[in-house]
Design a protein around this ligand. Structure first.
Ligand SMILES: Nc1ncnc2c1ncn2[C@@H]1O[C@H](COP(=O)(O)OP(=O)(O)O)[C@@H](O)[C@H]1O
Ligand SMILES: [Mg+2]
Length: 458
């Protein structure tokens, strides 16, 4: 495993290192406590045993005198119980016991001491450590009573080794674990940065990697991807609008230019004035188209969302109805309005009004009853379970199912409608406004006629 130095700088590694240190300190503390207690406990036990034995021997001396004491010591020295004894006279000669002579450490000081001695075992003699109590008696006699503490020392050693191993293993696993974790983290961060760089280089289709574990990095990637989706949508919208402007506005402008040129060259009286009038009309149309494109761009950018207010849709529909009623009555048509009270949602009121205007305009142009030529407009606004539904329906010739998708595209006008004035942007704006409000657009057959159904979440 090649360790990149960057790994050590990651927050994961730092966090892991802190945990590891705290963990190691806790393990160390617990094990040291256990070690210390064991050592102290065992030592106390040994002291107690030796103390009891000294007491016992003192008792023997009091009851049976020197000879009795020597006899007991000789007796006990024969058994291999792990106890050591020595009884010497005033010149230091051994009178009883299983130690050869007074251990070096004992000379000149009474009380507790530890010393190496050669112990008898099943296999022979071995160097062990013993702990003993050294007592000077009246008459120059010396008594040493002790216990072999080799076992105790081995046990303490075992605990010490366990302690070092535990700390060592914790360190090894901890360090390699945190290195691995940080490396993994770093790899993912690196791939996110790499993706950002390709996106910045102009490839807007790139997306952040998502592992599917749902962790914080995944959540970050998902949010970034949502943002990229949105940016991509906006960018492609912008591109489309600019190419629309380039292509679809160039033709009328070129036409206007050649007409003006021809008029300038013409000597026929009145022709120049006629050309100017036509140009004026076309300029107005161009302005309308421009404004429509700007409205679509505004709706598609999503910026208008920030200015959403509570809009009473019923009220808006009633307003539109009032606006169109005289016109429809003039043409002896009918206007049917159905509004459920309390139909409200967060929206851009102006764009919604523009959307309804476009739809009713279309009815007045293409949705006339083919037999009588009258407009029959139906407006509806209602709500149910968090949803607002609006529809505009007519009794005209309708739109073929196959054209439903196409008519909402920019500048698309169906063949039969070419004679009516228009730029083919009406339904594009309708679609843009609906998308701005996160709604859905549905063109349906009204048997006969067209029914444009719009649904929004409240
Ligand atoms: N109510 C309708 N009935 C039949 N056809 C319609 C209706 N509304 C729209 N259309 C068709 O859809 C086309 C696109 O409409 P629109 O985008 O509003 O552009 P425009 O009104 O400028 O033609 C229209 O040209 C027409 O052919
Ligand atoms: Mg229209």
């Amino acid at each position: 495993m090649r360790i990149n130095l960057k790994v050590l700088k990651t927050s994961t590694f730092r966090l892991a290192a802190i945990y590891l240190t705290v963990f190691a300190i806790s393990i160390g503390a617990v094990l040291s406590y256990v070690y210390w207690n064991t050592v102290v406990l065992l030592q106390d036990q040994t002291n107690d045993t030796i103390g009891a034995e000294v007491q016992g021997l003192a008792e023997q001396y009091r009851q049976r005198g020197l000879s009795g004491l020597l006899e007991v010591i000789k007796e006990r020295s024969k058994e291999n119980t792990g106890s050591v004894y020595l009884f010497t006279n005033f010149v230091g000669r051994r009178m009883a016991g299983n130690l050869d002579s007074l251990p070096v450490g004992a000379v000149g000081n009474e009380g507790w001491f530890e010393f190496p001695y050669s112990a008898r075992t099943q296999t022979g003699r071995e160097k062990h450590i013993a702990r003993a109590y050294h007592l000077e008696l009246a008459g120059g006699f010396t008594l040493v009573v002790g216990r072999d503490v080799e076992e105790r020392r081995k046990f303490a050693g075992l605990i010490r080794t366990a302690l070092f191993w535990a700390l060592g293993l914790a360190a090894v696993f901890g360090v390699s674990g945190s290195l691995l974790m940080s490396r993994n983290f770093l790899a993912r961060i690196d791939s996110i940065s790499a993706t950002s760089r390709t996106i910045m280089a102009g490839d807007l289709t790139g997306r952040m990697p998502v592992t599917g574990t749902g962790d914080e990095l995944d959540r970050l990637s998902l949010s970034l991807n949502d943002m990229l989706d949105q940016i991509e949508r906006l960018m492609s919208g912008m591109k489309e609008i600019s190419s629309n402007v380039a292509h679809d506005l160039r033709t009328p402008l070129t036409r206007m230019r050649s007409r003006v040129e021809a008029a300038l060259r013409s000597n026929v009286p009145g022709e120049q004035r006629a050309a100017l009038e036509t140009t004026l009309v076309e300029t107005d149309q161009l302005l309308v188209t421009f404004n429509a494109l700007l409205s679509i761009a505004k709706a598609e950018s999503g910026q208008a969302r920030a200015g959403f207010t509570d809009v009473d849709i019923g009220e808006l529909i009633e307003e539109m109805a009032d606006l169109y009623e005289p016109l429809i009555e003039d043409q002896e048509g009918s206007l049917n309005v159905h509004v459920e009270p309390g139909t409200k949602m967060k929206a851009d009121r102006q764009l919604l009004a523009q959307m309804l205007t476009n739809l009713i305009d279309n009815v007045m142009k293409y949705g006339l009853d083919p037999k009588t030529g009258q407009p029959h407009v139906e407006l509806f606004a209602g709500h149910s379970a968090g949803q607002v539904t609006i529809y505009v329906a007519d009794k005209g010739v309708g739109i073929d199912e196959k054209d439903h998708q196409r008519v909402t595209e920019r500048f698309v006008r169906l063949e039969k409608s070419r004679s009516a004035p228009g730029n083919g942007l009406g339904l594009s704006l309708v679609k843009g406004v609906i998308e701005l409000h996160n709604g859905t657009l549905n063109l349906q057959d009204n048997n006969p006629g067209l029914k444009v159904v719009m649904r929004f979440n409240k």
